[in-house]
Write a protein that binds this ligand. Structure first.
Ligand code: CP
Length: 306
């Protein structure tokens, strides 16, 4: 049976739990140096990225290789997309090479879901527009669960450009599904329309966001959007919304700071915080490989391309 992983909204609590538990096994294996497993021997995993990526693409390709699958990567710059080939034609071409899983990142919301309807390979959404980035949310949840033991009851503050962030959207849906309490804090211009209807509390000030939080998740300020004047200056942004050591004093004891990367040092998060022991950005990267191994196994294991 074909299995796709497109949004956190589609994933059940049971499925998320199963993937997180399986990721424990995968993480232990790679930390023990077992990077030549044969769980996906003979499977063909293809990454198709229409947007830049370091973490997501390399972690998927590493995950596939560690499980014994072949991993091929294709980006727009080196492909026939540059000659005008359409999204569906490109995906179907890769599918006909007997791909078992196609992992796609695209600037258009819904692109992975469209591809999923046209190919026999399982499709994984690696980020689509401002819509969803479910595998980032999965690795973030894994990181929190690993640190705190469970997600239920955790207070998680997501701070920054919530409006343009697919990471925020997937974490709001996924974390609330798993029983965590999610708060968001951003300038009004960086808050999406309808946020009050989502399962999260909208904070009016930094005190509300930081006080009582177990996890502070900083989001990248998308400087390429700064021309639109969504906030006065990066200095003022840092002063009112930045994650600083001083503000972390308001959080619960044992608070951790997370960031999906890439981070703008000294803007959404201070350098001393980013480089401190409370920041779990490096754990997030390793956990990204482990969770994507678990996910690839789930997508590929029974894949018979029927
Ligand atoms: N967090 C994340 O998606 O990073 P990349 O853009 O480097 O993949």
């Amino acid at each position: 049976m074909k299995r796709d992983f497109l949004t956190m909204a589609d994933a059940s609590r049971e499925q998320i739990n199963e993937l997180l538990v399986r990721a424990d096994f995968m993480k232990k294996s790679i930390l023990d140096g077992k990077k030549d497993m044969d769980l996906l021997k003979g499977k063909n995993v293809i990454t198709l990225f229409y947007e830049n990526s370091t973490r997501t693409r390399c972690s998927f390709e590493s995950a596939a290789k560690y499980l014994g699958a072949s991993a091929l990567g294709i980006t727009t710059s080196g492909s026939s997309v540059k000659k005008g080939e359409s999204l569906i034609d490109t995906a179907v071409t890769l599918d006909k090479m007997m791909a078992d899983a196609i992992i796609i990142r695209h600037s258009v919301a819904g692109a992975p879901a469209i591809i999923a309807k046209h190919v026999k390979a399982g499709v994984i959404n690696a980020g689509d527009g401002m819509h969803a980035h479910p595998t980032q949310a999965l690795l973030d949840m894994y990181t929190m669960r690993e640190k705190f033991g469970e997600l239920k009851g955790l207070e998680v503050a997501i701070i920054g450009d919530v409006k343009h962030s697919r990471v925020a959207q997937s974490n709001i849906v996924g974390l609330s599904k798993m029983g965590a309490k999610v708060k968001v804090f951003a300038p009004n211009t960086l808050m999406p329309k309808g946020i009050e209807n989502q399962p999260c509390k909208v904070c009016k000030n930094a005190k509300e966001a930081f006080e009582g939080s177990d996890v502070i998740m900083g989001l990248r300020i998308q400087l390429e959007r700064q021309q639109k004047g969504l906030f006065p200056s990066v200095e003022e942004y840092n002063r009112f919304y930045g994650v600083s050591a001083e503000r972390l004093k308001m959080c619960n004891k044992g608070v951790i700071v997370m960031h999906p990367g890439p981070a703008n040092r000294g803007i959404e998060i201070d350098c001393d915080v980013l480089d401190s022991q409370v920041c779990y950005k490096d754990e997030q990267v390793t956990n990204g490989v482990a969770t994507r191994m678990a996910l690839l196994e789930w997508v590929c294991a029974d894949q018979k391309r029927k």
